[in-house]
Design a protein around this ligand. Sequence first.
Ligand SMILES: Cc1cc2nc3c(=O)[nH]c(=O)nc-3n(C[C@H](O)[C@H](O)[C@H](O)COP(=O)(O)OP(=O)(O)OC[C@H]3O[C@@H](n4cnc5c(N)ncnc54)[C@H](O)[C@@H]3O)c2cc1C
Length: 280
Amino acid sequence: MNNKLVISFEFFPPKTAEGVAKLRETRKQLAQLQPKFFSVTFGAGGSTRDRTKDTVLEIQAEGYEAAPHISGISSSKEAIRSLLADYRANNIRHLVALRGDIPSGEVTAGDFRHANELVTFIRQETGNWFEIEVAAYPEVHPEAKSAVSDLQYFKSKVDAGANAAITQYFYNADAYFRFMDQCAASGINVPIVPGIMPIYNYIQLSRFSSVCGAEIPRWLRSRLQDCGDDLASLRSLGMDVVTDLCEQLLSGGAPGLHFYTLNQAGIISTIMQRLGIQHG
Ligand SMILES: Cc1cc2nc3c(=O)[nH]c(=O)nc-3n(C[C@H](O)[C@H](O)[C@H](O)COP(=O)(O)OP(=O)(O)OC[C@H]3O[C@@H](n4cnc5c(N)ncnc54)[C@H](O)[C@@H]3O)c2cc1C
């Protein structure tokens, strides 16, 4: 397996002391796979600002590269400026820049309507200090007017200065390869790393997927439903499906894998072992 693969793991910032301790264990296990970086999500509007920062600084203090997510929606330029300054002062050099999703019922106001505006602002304020990742949607963002406009807006984030992209998760490798062809035809040349969602729990996956527009193919949905309450069977099926997906992606030329870990290591370690990736 190619040692130059970009492997990364995404965490959410824990809320409790127990969650913090559990994430330390998870990180210890996943660090053995020598990822390029660990990223930490950010609640739109700044709701997790301190927890995201604390988690990122802890990862950095352990000697690993940490990339905080930063979302523009319902934030002011001043708030983002101060967050960037804070990260810079702590020698954080990598960001995942997003529009963000506002929890339903909350009013949104702010200086950034879309992620391209946030990327432009980060470059204006901090030059090339940060390596910037943005989000990409092989199965098209759920609010997009069309697949064509979604691709154009993705390009506008890259043109604004993003260095690389991470995709929303999907279970159909062809969607990724088709998207890669369309990106190449549009002159988008940055690495686009597929985001991988291991299957932990059917109800949770189904709920996430309907919100973020990720498609669960009918055959997979029905096999997962067949597992019912048998969690062991569901996880075993999920591991087979996700390992196979990763194999197809890597053998088709994907530059790496970004795992949505949900702060758990076990399933991912097994998938990586099966893929023969021991050293990132
Ligand atoms: C890898 C990854 C990590 C994520 N991490 C987080 C996180 O930490 N916190 C969080 O809240 N959410 C996170 N998300 C979810 C993300 O915020 C949502 O998917 C959100 O709905 C879109 O974010 P975006 O950055 O892709 O937005 P945008 O690129 O702004 O796109 C959003 C929609 O607007 C359209 N659009 C884009 N630009 C324009 C424009 N200039 N004019 C008009 N329309 C436009 C697009 O077609 C798309 O439909 C993550 C998603 C991914 C894939």
